[in-house]
Design a protein around this ligand. Structure first.
Ligand code: SF4
Length: 252
């Protein structure tokens, strides 16, 4: 199935750039069946994707990497999603509980080495989850970070070795919020308290007037990504690069 999916994206990769997000989702569900899942941390973009998916296929798979350091508002939103859409969110955890992490790496690892903390609590569990799948669907947008600017609607994810689908990669924040309001989509109430981007409690603060939307993530560090969508050099990708588009991974 994995090889079948890889071969199929070779044919659609350039074409998909002109597809609507709904058509991209429908293609992913048809092509990969139960081998594809939406990955979400339930930001505004993720909520758009979840709502669109629910209108395309009722039993779609949705997973999240639960660092166990999320805001109460995020856990509450997860409950609302399960109720509204009638699905069960697949929760993926680090192999290390917060207590064992502290015993092993010392207290407040996020304040000393956030890359290691994200590696333990986000990247390792994600890699384990993606090992079960043939494709994953993300809600990244090109204008969120420089790392994400090269992402495409359908691409080969060289970092994790599967197909990556980014249906709203060319959307703006304005389009995201218009969709949320037009379709009465639930969202994290922290967005109404100057948290445009929401991660773990230890590494997220509200943004101040005039600041970038992601300025509240890892304040005090140059870090802008948790490592889930960082572009790595393309090794032996089984998919040919499209003629009109540079291949690469996006970011979350
Ligand atoms: S966002 Fe912060 S607390 Fe969460 S996994 Fe990364 S470094 Fe750790």
């Amino acid at each position: 199935m994995k090889n079948q999916g890889i071969n199929q994206i070779e044919n659609v990769q350039v074409e998909a750039e002109s597809w609507s997000p709904q058509r991209v989702l429908a293609w992913a569900f048809t092509t990969f069946g139960n081998g594809v899942a939406i990955s979400s941390a339930f930001g505004a973009e993720g909520m758009v994707l979840i709502d669109m998916a629910s209108r395309t296929r009722k039993d779609f798979r949705l997973f999240t990497v639960d660092t166990e350091f999320l805001f109460p508002e995020t856990y509450s939103l997860m409950d609302r999603i399960e109720q509204k859409y009638g699905i069960s969110i697949e929760r993926v955890y680090s192999a290390l509980s917060p207590e064992v992490q502290e015993q092993t790496h010392g207290a407040a690892l996020w304040s000393r080495d956030p890359d290691l903390c994200c590696g333990l609590r986000k990247v390792e569990p994600l890699r384990r989850k993606l090992g079960e799948l043939n494709a994953w669907i993300t809600s990244i947008r090109r204008d969120q970070t420089s790392v994400r600017s090269g992402a495409h609607r359908v691409e080969w994810d060289a970092k994790f070795g599967l197909v990556k689908v980014n249906p709203i990669v060319d959307w703006t924040a304005k389009q995201v919020w218009r969709y949320i309001h037009d379709h009465d989509v639930p969202y994290n109430t922290l967005h109404d308290q100057d948290y445009p981007s929401i991660g773990c409690t230890h590494c997220t603060r509200a943004v101040r007037p005039g600041e970038d939307a992601r300025a509240g993530r890892w304040p005090g560090f140059a870090k802008t990504e948790c490592g889930l969508h960082v572009i790595e050099p393309l090794p032996a990708s089984p998919v040919s690069a499209p003629k009109t588009a540079k291949m690469g991974n996006g970011a979350a």
